[in-house]
Design a protein around this ligand. Structure first.
Ligand SMILES: *Cc1c(COP(=O)(O)O)cnc(C)c1O
Length: 363
């Protein structure tokens, strides 16, 4: 007997994990260069590992449902009211909760495309209508077109900055000008999963926007620069009402104890965050030079990954060539734009493997 699911389940897109594209057995190498998921190639800092070890003995207890220590540490880091800080089992959970809290089936959600592969789920789980706005030249958000896409039914708009998968960045000033024009009935989520890697301005510049706009949440994560993807913790800085709304639609113990402890410790190590961002800039420059030398077009990256145009190379063939060399990257086909690759910056040896494998694809 077939299980009879709701109709909307057929409209929820399938998420394909990055490493699935390469099988170590099929690849002719012992290790896979994991350049597919925008993770940090570095383990969490020692203090965080220690804190997790120390917390393991109390796992018979449920975590603090209010995540007070973690929210307090985030509040201290940003000088922001704890009442407006929502934490989630990854920032993706906050995105999904925001959709559940804000969107009725007759509402619309606006976001750019290609952008983060999770956004189509927000419409999928709520039955709201997804309104996607193609990126402008240079693979950046087309803010004017996004304004034009807003209707009376729009309730949620998501900006991804730097944008995943295209790595491009909009300065805070451009976003401020945009927010001035967004009507009050639209709530805006500024998804800044990669903000620590951009070198255009101080990564905290965008937080000024929260003081100016009451319809805005800034979303950040411990999964990328902090190297805690395996624990899933993200947070939103937002009006208190937003935090209450997303907390209402979720289970109470959503961020587990180890994740709370690890993130609380990790945010105290801002010197390590800065060091990792600097390391990332070095790898970014190296990759850009190597790719340019091979004749590839690359978007102007302000993230820990790049968006590489394949010109007349066949995407499938390139993916197979990279897989044989044990290099996992993301094909543009699955991300909304065939003919591109999204490549995470790994350690230098991994980046070299990618470049060598790509050189081989050129024949
Ligand atoms: C990785 C990523 C996230 C964060 O994921 P979580 O692990 O759920 O915190 C959020 N937004 C974008 C655009 C991402 O690329």
């Amino acid at each position: 007997m077939a299980i009879s699911f709701t109709q909307k389940i057929a409209r929820i897109p399938h998420y394909e994990a990055g490493a699935a594209s390469v099988d170590a057995v099929e690849a002719e190498v012992a290790t896979i260069a994991m350049l597919a998921s925008n993770e940090s190639p570095f383990p969490p800092v020692e203090g965080v590992i220690e804190a997790v070890r120390g917390a393991a003995g109390s796992l018979n207890r449920y975590p603090d449902p209010g995540a007070r220590e973690l929210r307090g540490a985030i509040a201290a880091r940003y000088d922001f009211a704890p009442s407006g800080i929502a934490v989630g089992n990854g920032s993706c959970e906050i995105l999904l909760a925001a959709a559940a809290a804000l969107l009725e089936p007759w509402h619309e959600i606006v976001y750019a495309w290609p952008s983060f592969s999770m956004y189509p789920h927000l419409a999928g789980i709520t039955d709201a209508r997804a309104v996607t706005v193609p990126l402008a030249e240079g693979w950046v958000h087309d803010l004017d077109a996004m304004l034009g896409a807003i209707t009376d039914n729009t309730r949620l708009l998501v900006l991804c900055n730097p944008n995943n998968p295209t790595s491009t960045y909009l300065p805070t000033e451009a976003i401020a000008g945009f927010l001035e024009e967004v009507p009050d009935h639209v709530f805006v989520i500024l998804d800044e999963a990669y903000i620590e890697f951009q070198t255009v301005e101080d990564p905290d510049t965008s937080l000024d926007l929260l003081r100016r706009f009451a319809n805005l949440a800034v979303l950040r994560t411990f999964s990328k620069v902090y190297g805690l993807a395996g624990l899933r913790v993200g947070y939103a800085l937002a009006p208190e009402q937003f935090r209450v709304g997303v907390d209402t639609v979720r289970q109470p113990f959503t961020v587990n104890h180890l994740a709370q402890v690890a993130a609380t410790e990790a945010i105290r190590h801002q010197d390590d965050v800065a060091r990792r961002a600097e390391w990332n800039s070095v790898e970014r420059l190296w990759m850009e030079e190597e790719l340019a030398e091979l004749g590839f077009t690359v978007a102007d990256s302000q993230a820990n990954f790049c968006w590489v145009g394949l010109a007349d190379l066949d995407e499938g063939e390139v993916m197979r060539g990279l897989a044989r060399a044990g290099v996992a990257v993301r094909p543009g086909k699955g991300l909304g734009d065939p003919g591109f690759l999204r490549v995470t910056y790994g350690r230098r040896a991994e980046n070299e493997r990618f470049i060598e494998a790509l050189r081989d694809c050129l024949g």
